[in-house]
Design a protein around this ligand. Sequence first.
Ligand code: 3PG
Length: 307
Amino acid sequence: MKKILVATEKPFAKAAIDQIRPIVEAAGYEFALLEKYTETAQLLDAVKDANALIVRSDLVTREVLEAAPELKIVVRAGAGYDNLDLAACTEKGVVAMNTPGQNANAVGELVLGMMVFMARNGYNGTAGTELRGKKLGIHAYGNVGHYVAEIAKGFGMELYAFDPFVAKEKIEAAGLKAVDSVEELYSTCDYVSLHIPATEQTKKSINYDLLNKMPKGGTLVNTARKEVIHEEELVKLMADRPDFTYISDIAPDCKADIEAKFESRFFFTPKKMGAQTAEANVNAGVAAAKQIIGFFENGDETFKVNK
Ligand code: 3PG
């Protein structure tokens, strides 16, 4: 009997496991669960007889793949797959997939939620500002960008997007203005919400020059990856621009520095929680389980992300 292992350092909601387990078992597979592990050794031990693996942001390194000789498929239950060593997956004949879109609404809601929280000074009782009429720039119009835009419309925000991989017509059909360059997006918008993946091209790409183009009172919202920010330049920018605010679902490596220097101009969630809803966990976890079953039963490789 093939074994499907769910290995999540940050566990899914119980509601998700309660749906994933019966889907796996009804299809004739063994279900195994490793949650809240604290040592890589626990993951290495758990994968040793797994035929399929479902993870979240858990690192699937060459070492993990080498400890899993029976592994045929790994599914990142989520969007960003920068935690998977794709080259090692390919070398070992392991198919790697993600579950695009399944947790996107949850991230979108967090973006607007954090924006309101900061615009109202952390609900400290003082006069804040409103989102209505402000310009929101969506940096990469994928699944999350789409939900951010739809929710922001309800707030009466003016919407802009930059995405060289999405046709301008598609962006404009959704009621956003598609701008021609990343520089134009940042110089136009009061808020910019980041939705780019962490790749060799994008890492450290959000730098001083780009952020400095933002209008007075500019706010950057990062629910993407901390690696895309040039952190040293962000700290310099925040020092030079006392009007600038940084909101992030991923505490930066320079968190202590920012906390020490820029009181009340930042907000960081204690743990990445954009996708931390029962609904997103159910959607992504169930999709991952079904993709694995489809792969084993029918050779379905939709959503494969390695070559
Ligand atoms: C994603 O890429 O899907 C999100 O960053 C969610 O990550 P998580 O599953 O670790 O919460």
